[in-house]
Design a protein around this ligand. Structure first.
Ligand SMILES: NC(=O)c1ccc[n+]([C@@H]2O[C@H](COP(=O)([O-])OP(=O)(O)OC[C@H]3O[C@@H](n4cnc5c(N)ncnc54)[C@H](OP(=O)(O)O)[C@@H]3O)[C@@H](O)[C@H]2O)c1
Length: 308
């Protein structure tokens, strides 16, 4: 089976390459070699590689910057997704398109299921939702959308690496307690996606084929945390691993004390039952996944210093 991966230098794109099963041939592209906003390039590359499945990890992911960079966010997250879907349709390839918890407004108090009403709070979420809608419209049951949240990895920039750096540099930190979700190790997400790919050759989409509907799945690690809980766990586990040599005080602050250009959902826990049943992959508690990631950071001496 041949799988084409977009966004190869991102967190998820990197983890997918690292964990690719032996029976799958992959071709991976960065934004230079495959700019998904360019339909001519997208068509040319998909026709020449002729993949069975495309995994679209490419996205405009700068949530705050998107508020003032609206056209760029929509170009990648909506038009780029639509371009891939159109090219997939032309060569009869399936598309696994990655999306986000930010399509929801966070007003629920129980885990979101895929059928819940969407209502993005900002440009990033709205542009990702527009991408989902384009993919569904163009490909129907030939596409699967996987919504995830709070992604981190040893690759790229993310909350864990930022915390490790700040905890080494600062005397104290204030972290938001009134936004709740589930941290997600990109390696675990990649593992589930490869299981989904293996299923794609036969089952995925089969049950919804008669309705020609796109299946929407959720995937994060297991459990629930606030950003404050996550930060406390990062510090505790990093000290245990010897990645930090002292604990600094971490205080729980309301989101209102840490204003950001983009509003974020207060509650974005996702229900993963359907993805677990479909792939036979079980979610693992976020704290256990965090420990595994920090072990990698230590073993591989991953750089977490400031990029400045
Ligand atoms: N990170 C999170 O917390 C989070 C949460 C929920 C959902 N998601 C979703 O999960 C997916 C993977 O996220 P991630 O964390 O791996 O993202 P990431 O690390 O920011 O990587 C995104 C990748 O997309 C590439 N890209 C941007 N514009 C492109 C274009 N026009 N053509 C081709 N590639 C382009 C970027 O390449 P360059 O670096 O070269 O620009 C980058 O390598 C995305 O769909 C994202 O929306 C992420």
């Amino acid at each position: 089976m041949k799988v084409l991966i977009t966004g190869k230098n991102g967190q998820l794109g990197s983890e997918l390459q690292r964990s690719c099963p032996d029976n799958i041939e992959i071709q991976c592209f960065d934004s230079q070699s495959l700019d998904i906003t360019d339909i001519a390039v997208v068509n040319e590359i998909l026709i020449s590689f002729s993949p069975d499945i495309v995994i679209n990890t490419a996205a405009y992911t700068a949530v705050d910057k998107a508020e003032s960079d609206i056209d760029a966010a929509y170009a990648v997250n909506q038009t780029g997704a639509a371009n891939l879907a159109t090219a997939c349709k032309a060569i009869s390839a399936k598309l696994i398109h990655i999306s986000t918890d930010f399509v929801f407004d966070g007003s629920k108090t129980t885990p979101y299921v895929s059928a819940d009403a969407t209502n993005p709070l900002g440009v990033y979420g709205a542009s990702k939702l527009a991408g989902e809608q384009a993919v569904s419209r163009i490909l129907g049951s030939q596409a699967t959308i996987v919504r995830t949240a709070w992604v981190y990895s040893k690759f790229g920039k993310n909350f864990v690496k930022t915390m490790l750096r700040l905890m080494a540099e600062k005397d104290q930190l204030g972290i938001v307690y009134d936004q709740v979700g589930t941290p997600t190790w990109a390696a675990g997400l990649a593992n589930m996606l490869w299981a989904l790919v293996q299923k794609q050759s036969d089952k995925v989409g089969a049950e919804s084929k008669t309705l020609n509907q796109t299946k929407i799945l959720n995937w994060t690690d297991a459990g629930v945390a606030s950003w404050y809980d996550f930060a406390v766990a990062i510090q505790e586990l990093a000290i245990e691993q010897g990645l930090l040599n002292k604990a600094i005080p971490i205080s729980a602050i309301p989101a209102s004390s840490y204003p950001t250009p983009a509003k974020r959902p207060e509650f974005s826990v996702l229900n993963k039952t359907e993805a677990e049943a479909l792939t036979s992959v079980k979610t693992i508690h976020w704290r256990k996944q965090l420990k595994s990631m920090l072990e990698q950071v230590k073993a591989e001496k991953v750089k977490v210093e400031s990029d400045k």
